[in-house]
Ligand binder design. Structure first.
Ligand code: GTP
Ligand code: MG
Ligand code: ZN
Length: 291
């Protein structure tokens, strides 16, 4: 009997598959995958067949809607981009770059402000204003504030947590899943490095979906973007009147449709300043593309 499931974790050539009936079944990959150059990946939607001797075979990998390389995970629905309301000071440029990486892979970016129990007023203001065009959340892993809304947002989806080190990604997951016991805090990280702990990709089933932690400064690389592709990563640009010049970089060109959005408040100054930096960076990379 064939069953569908979600690949949560790989251990050698065995894979833990969460079936539709909610059971976790250890399955062995069919030998043919290797010959076909297919690697079963965490997040894969798969078909398994249970065998007599109490084990199951992973028979088929269903087509993927996206595939991240670092960490290796497939079919991600949303990227929770965590920033801290106190320390460490937010790296807003990293947030904006993560948003772009997510959008390029058809992943919904969800900026999450953690540590609101120790909030710095300026950080909170910047977060709420700069990311108003996104489905933002404010939480505290410490007090539990806002976690119900986060739980609702995670339901039924495959979600990845990303962001700077020490913003509280693992702490949030521990608060959501009581028996998870992920290592948190600076000390545990030092120990990790000393022991050369390999952190592998693993999904945890959660609220009819699944979640994944990623360590430190995980960054998803993006290919070089054309200006129009970059434009599409900024929901704030949606109501911009078309610019006079096609491929307008919205820097200081005449009759630019993006610049007026600053006056109307649809585009925030901070987002725009970081946009300029990112746009110029892509321009440089486009110029040197064939070097
Ligand atoms: N006050 C407060 N401290 C928090 C909160 N969430 C996490 N922390 C603390 O922040 C520190 C870092 O938390 P982690 O969960 O390890 O951060 P991380 O994002 O997983 O860090 P990396 O694994 O290094 O990427 C720990 O000392 C936590 O106790 C919170 O909501 N409020
Ligand atoms: Mg962590
Ligand atoms: Zn323009």
């Amino acid at each position: 009997m064939m069953e569908s499931g979600l690949l949560l974790k790989g251990i050698g050539s065995f894979y833990e598959v969460l079936t539709e009936s909610g059971e976790i079944v250890t399955s062995k990959a069919r030998g043919a995958f290797r010959r076909e150059g297919l690697v079963p990946t965490v997040g894969d939607r798969v078909r398994i067949e249970r065998k007599e001797q109490g084990y199951a075979q992973l028979c088929e990998i269903l087509p993927r809607r996206n595939l991240l390389v670092r960490p290796p995970v497939a079919n991600v629905d949303q990227l929770l981009i965590v920033v801290s309301a106190s320390a460490p000071e937010p790296d807003w440029l990293l947030v904006d770059r993560l948003i772009i990486s997510a959008k390029r892979m058809q992943i919904d970016p969800v900026p999450v402000l953690n540590k609101i129990d120790t909030a710095d007023e300026t950080i909170v203001k910047t977060f709420l204003s700069d990311y108003a065009a996104f489905p933002i959340l404010s939480v505290s892993a410490e007090t539990g504030e806002g976690l119900d809304a986060l739980r609702a947002r995670l339901a039924g989806k495959v979600s990845c947590f990303a962001g700077q080190s020490a913003v509280g990604k693992s702490s949030i997951l521990n608060a959501l899943i009581p028996d998870l016991h992920l290592e948190t805090g600076v000390l545990s990280r030092k120990t990790d490095r000393g022991r050369h702990t390999t952190r592998h990709a693993e999904l945890w089933q959660y609220e009819n979906g699944a979640v994944m932690d990623t360590p430190g400064f995980s960054m998803f690389e993006t290919e070089i973007l054309e200006q129009e592709e970059l434009d599409a990563c900024y929901p704030e640009f949606k109501n911009a009147f078309p610019c006079r010049f096609p491929g307008c970089m919205h820097l200081s060109e005449p009759d630019c449709g993006v610049k007026p959005l600053l006056a109307s408040g649809e585009l925030k100054q901070g987002r725009y300043e970081r946009y300029r930096e990112i746009a110029l960076d892509y321009q440089t990379r486009r110029k040197h593309r064939y070097d």
